[in-house]
Design a protein around this ligand. Structure first.
Ligand SMILES: [Zn+2]
Length: 220
């Protein structure tokens, strides 16, 4: 579920741009779109144009509720919600509307990103949502020509955050031109199983599943 009401990216990431959602007459529920064996829903499938969405407060919360409750999600293995950055109405509404098994904090190593992620971490702790760990994105860059490494967004940002909040870094993802291209073209990188990013993402997914199972067993 794409919870970014103002900048939905799931339609592009899953190669479903210009697709629109339909409503099932019998149940009056919205039918999720499916690609790569993933059900998905985004405000991008529900609005008429690609123009800016100029909603505020209440309308945003209604949109989130619609995406959560008026979509024929079931059956599902997991409901993964892609959140926009920050600590606004969207994050709070979701935390209040449904029980969350956990959140993953995504940051780049730079201080500007850490500031936002710190606030979000504190917010989720405040509403008692378990934080499963940190993913450090854009952690480093390897030159295409000579292979030298450059820490474009700074160093050790993820570690710093991990230490501050006593969390684990689940994965560090480098800046990668093929990954960027794959995202823009709507090709999930995990379809290409020979790449380093494939192993990094599968490893991340396996860790998340394991952490959620541990959480489930300790709360039952
Ligand atoms: Zn170089």
């Amino acid at each position: 579920m794409d919870a970014d009401i103002f900048g939905p990216s799931i339609p592009t990431l899953l190669n479903l741009r210009n697709h629109k959602a339909t409503t099932i007459t019998k149940t009056n529920l919205i039918e999720p779109l499916i690609n790569f064996n993933l059900k998905c829903m985004s405000i991008g499938f529900l609005t008429k144009s690609d123009g800016p969405i100029v909603w505020r407060g209440l309308m945003v919360m209604q949109a989130i509720e619609k995406l959560l409750r008026q979509v024929a999600w079931s059956p599902l293995d997991y409901l993964i919600i892609d959140l926009p950055p920050g600590t606004g109405d969207i994050q709070l509404s979701i935390a209040q509307l449904i029980p969350l098994s956990g959140v993953i904090m995504v940051t780049t190593p730079q201080e500007l990103s850490l500031i936002d992620v710190r606030k979000a971490t504190e917010m989720f702790r405040l509403v008692h949502v378990s934080i499963l760990g940190i993913v450090e994105n854009m952690s480093t860059y390897f030159c295409q020509k000579c292979g030298h490494e450059e820490k474009i967004f700074g160093e050790n940002g993820g570690q710093l955050l991990a230490k501050e909040f006593q969390l684990n870094i689940l994965q560090s993802l480098p800046i990668d031109i093929h990954f960027r291209q794959a995202c823009d073209q709507g090709r999930p990188i995990v379809q290409e199983n020979q790449t380093i990013l494939y192993s990094k993402f599968t490893n991340l997914a396996n860790q998340i599943v394991e952490l959620m199972n541990i959480n489930k067993n300790t709360t039952e």
